[in-house]
Design a protein around this ligand. Structure first.
Ligand SMILES: CCCCCCCCCCCC(=O)SCCNC(=O)CCNC(=O)[C@H](O)C(C)(C)COP(=O)(O)OP(=O)(O)OC[C@H]1O[C@@H](n2cnc3c(N)ncnc32)[C@H](O)[C@@H]1OP(=O)(O)O
Length: 216
């Protein structure tokens, strides 16, 4: 490993550590019933830490120094990113074209009481469908996502997601996916069909050219 690679690996570990701390903070902040005065003290302390992190920030058109865009490492992706306070995070692996994802949704993801928000389910499915699409060798952006909610998705319960590509027609790729519980993988709670469209070279250049050039 070069010194640069070692430095990056350490930074990713630190980002993951911070992400874990933030996710716990969000979960506790969502569920806490401590006295009101403690909430106000916590808010003041969190603002102090926030100011320290804000000392040096990247702008919108700069990738995180810990990311590797072409290598597929996105530390702050809101679904899979180990550094994201918003991500469950969903852990995805793709074997023989089938993407499998695992996560447990905390109380911060609640929609109907004790169950996941439907938009969160759609977000998880969009991401895992995207991984199956990329693994098929036909990367593209989502242009349509149809979700069918068959049964509520329970919080604080290990979930199992799957996705695979069904069809490739020119630039258009169709993929399907499901969310179930790990305990009952044969009963889909949410199913989705997504249409992804591969970008033309001009579109890639227009939307992401600056980022791709900056990717170390
Ligand atoms: C390891 C790392 C993993 C990494 C894995 C990463 C996973 C990330 C997962 C998250 C993915 C996202 O959220 S992506 C973010 C959300 N999506 C977006 O922001 C995309 C916004 N849309 C666009 O910018 C645009 O639609 C483009 C650039 C994608 C395509 O524009 P375009 O080039 O003008 O497309 P156009 O010619 O109209 O259509 C191309 C073909 O697609 C079809 N098509 C177009 N729209 C639709 C539609 N809604 N439903 C059906 N089909 C459609 C057309 O009929 C046509 O088919 P035919 O005539 O050729 O047959």
């Amino acid at each position: 490993m070069t010194a640069d690679e070692t430095g990056r690996a350490h930074r990713r570990e630190a980002i993951t550590e911070l992400g874990d701390a933030l996710r716990t903070l969000v979960e506790h902040a969502t569920t806490t019933e401590v006295p009101t005065g403690d909430l106000l003290r916590a808010a003041a302390e969190i603002r102090e830490v926030t100011a320290r992190l804000g000392d040096r920030v990247r702008d919108r058109s700069t990738l995180s120094s810990a990311d590797d865009l072409l290598g597929g490492v996105r530390m702050f992706n809101p679904v899979t990113g180990a550094g994201s306070a918003l991500a469950p995070p969903l852990q995805i692996e793709v074997v023989a074209g089938v993407a499998t994802g695992r996560c447990t949704l905390g109380r911060a993801f609640e929609g109907p009481p004790t169950f996941a928000h439907g938009g969160v389910s759609a977000m998880l499915l969009d991401q895992i469908l995207g991984h199956a699409v990329v693994a098929s060798g036909n990367p593209g952006m989502t242009v349509r996502l149809d979700t069918t909610y068959r049964a509520p998705v329970p919080l604080l319960t290990p979930l199992l997601l799957t996705a695979q590509v069904q069809d490739v027609a020119g630039r258009r790729v169709t993929a399907t996916g499901t969310i179930a519980t790990e305990a009952d993988p044969g009963t889909p709670l949410v199913t989705a069909t997504g249409t992804f469209v591969g970008l033309r070279a001009e579109q890639t250049h227009r939307l992401f050219g600056k980022l791709l050039r900056a990717d170390p």
